[in-house]
Design a protein around this ligand. Structure first.
Ligand code: SF4
Ligand code: F3S
Length: 110
């Protein structure tokens, strides 16, 4: 089992999740984060930290879809261990449906 990040993170990217993870298993893309499911110890600490409700268990509805994305991009994007500036316009993207199709960016963070 593992926790995974869904498209709800895209363009919100608040990063409060990163600050509580005991095993540093978050990886950063240009406009979202993913969790390395191999490293996640299922502590659940990150879930209530995310104001965008973007973190779910991979066994939840639609979890398999996001598990694949988290597996793939945790191998391609760098580890993030500290919160830095979040997007200034993040609030306006909270809960917007279909963000993956509209905005997903496979570019790794700088
Ligand atoms: Fe890290 Fe725990 Fe969240 Fe997994 S569930 S990503 S170990 S804080
Ligand atoms: Fe994304 Fe939520 Fe973390 S918006 S960066 S999963 S706190």
């Amino acid at each position: 089992m593992a926790y995974v990040i869904t498209e709800d993170c895209i363009r919100c990217k608040y990063q409060d999740c990163v600050q509580v993870c005991p095993v540093d298993c978050f990886h950063e893309g240009a406009n979202m984060l993913v969790i390395d499911p191999e490293e996640c110890i299922d502590c659940g600490l990150c879930v209530p930290e995310c104001e965008a409700s973007a973190i779910i268990e991979h066994t939840d509805k639609d979890g398999e879809r996001w598990l694949k994305l988290n597996e793939e991009y945790s191998q391609k994007w760098p580890i993030i261990t500290d919160k830095h500036e979040a997007p200034a316009d993040g609030k306006q993207y909270e809960g917007v449906p279909g963000k993956f199709e509209k905005y997903f960016d496979p570019t790794p963070a700088d």
